[in-house]
Ligand binder design. Structure first.
Ligand code: IPE
Ligand code: IPE
Ligand code: MG
Length: 232
C-alpha cells in the first residue's frame, strides 16, 4: 500500500508493555525490552514497504530515569546495542535516523551520545523513511526549551511558524496517527504540541506482540476516521 494515497505520512508509536509482557512470561522486565526489538524492526520494514515518510518511536522518556538502576542501565546499553547491530541494515534500506530529546543530559553515557550522532551523520542522505527515536524525550521540556530559545523581540511577533522553528526537529511534520500499545490511554509527555490534530489509537496488545497485522488494522481504522480540523 502507498500510505501517501490516504494522506498518512507520519505514524508515532508509544511502544508500551514490555515489562508486562516479560512478567507474563515469568521473565525479568529487561527481557521484554529485548523482545521489543523485533516489533520495532517489523514496524520499520512495514513502514518501508508501505511508503510511510515518517515513523517516530518513543524509546525513553525524561521520566523513565525513575526506574531501577538496573533497568535504566539495560535500556542505555540496549539502545546503543541496537544501533551497533542494526544501523547498517537500515542504512542500506534507505532509512534516515533522527534522535529527539535532551541528548546533552549528563546521565546519558557518552557512548550513546556518540553513536546517536554518528548514526544521524551516517544516514543523513537517506530518503526512503525518516525514523525518529524519541530518547530522553519529554514534551514539556521540548516546549520550555523552545520558548527559552526565543529572544525578547521575537516573542512580540511569535506565531506558530516561528515557534515551531525552535522545536527539536522542525522539519518533522505532525503525526497523522498515534498508536499506543498495552492499553494505557494517555500520552505520557509525548509530542504534546505536535499531537494537536493527530488521530489517536490505543490497542491492548503488548509491544513485543505488536506486528504488521496490527499496523494494517490501524491503517483500516485510520481510513474510517474523518479529520475535521475544526471544520463543520
Ligand atoms: C515500554 O514498556 C518501554 C519503555 C518505557 C522503555 P514498559 O517498560 O513501560 O512496560 P510496562 O508498561 O511496564 O509493561
Ligand atoms: C511511555 O511509557 C514512555 C515510553 C514508551 C518510552 P511509560 O510506560 O513510561 O509511561 P507511563 O509511566 O505508563 O505513563
Ligand atoms: Mg509502560
Amino acid at each position: 500500500m502507498n500510505l501517501k494515497d490516504i494522506n498518512l505520512y507520519h505514524i508515532a508509536i508509544i511502544m508500551d508493555g514490555n515489562g508486562r509482557w516479560a512478567t507474563n512470561q515469568g521473565l525479568e522486565r529487561t527481557a521484554g525490552h529485548a523482545a521489543g526489538e523485533f516489533s520495532l524492526s517489523r514496524s520499520i520494514d512495514w513502514a518501508l514497504n508501505n511508503n510511510l515518510q515518517w515513523l517516530t518511536v518513543y524509546a525513553f522518556s525524561t521520566e523513565n530515569w525513575s526506574r531501577s538502576k538496573d533497568e535504566v542501565d539495560f535500556l542505555m546499553f540496549f539502545n546503543r546495542d541496537i544501533l551497533i547491530r542494526r544501523r547498517e541494515e537500515f542504512n542500506d534500506k534507505g532509512v534516515r535516523f533522527h534522535f529527539i530529546g535532551d541528548l546533552e543530559d549528563n546521565r546519558i553515557p557518552d557512548e550513546n551520545k556518540f553513536l546517536m550522532n554518528e548514526t544521524e551523520q551516517l544516514t543523513k542522505n537517506n530518503k526512503k523513511l525518516n525514523l525518529v527515536f524519541a530518547f530522553n524525550y519529554g514534551s514539556r521540556k521540548e516546549i520550555h526549551d523552545a520558548y527559552s530559545k526565543l529572544n525578547k523581540n521575537s516573542i512580540d511577533q511569535l506565531d506558530e511558524e516561528s515557534f515551531r522553528a525552535n522545536l527539536l526537529l522542525p522539519e518533522m511534520p505532525d503525526p497523522d496517527l498515534l498508536i499506543r500499545t498495552a492499553g494505557e490511554m494517555r500520552v505520557s509527555n509525548f509530542l504534546l504540541y505536535q499531537l494537536s490534530y493527530t488521530e489517536l489509537m490505543f490497542v491492548d496488545t503488548l509491544w513485543p506482540d505488536f506486528d504488521e497485522k496490527e499496523l494494517d488494522s490501524a491503517v483500516d481504522e485510520f481510513q474510517n476516521r474523518v479529520r475535521k480540523y475544526g471544520n463543520a
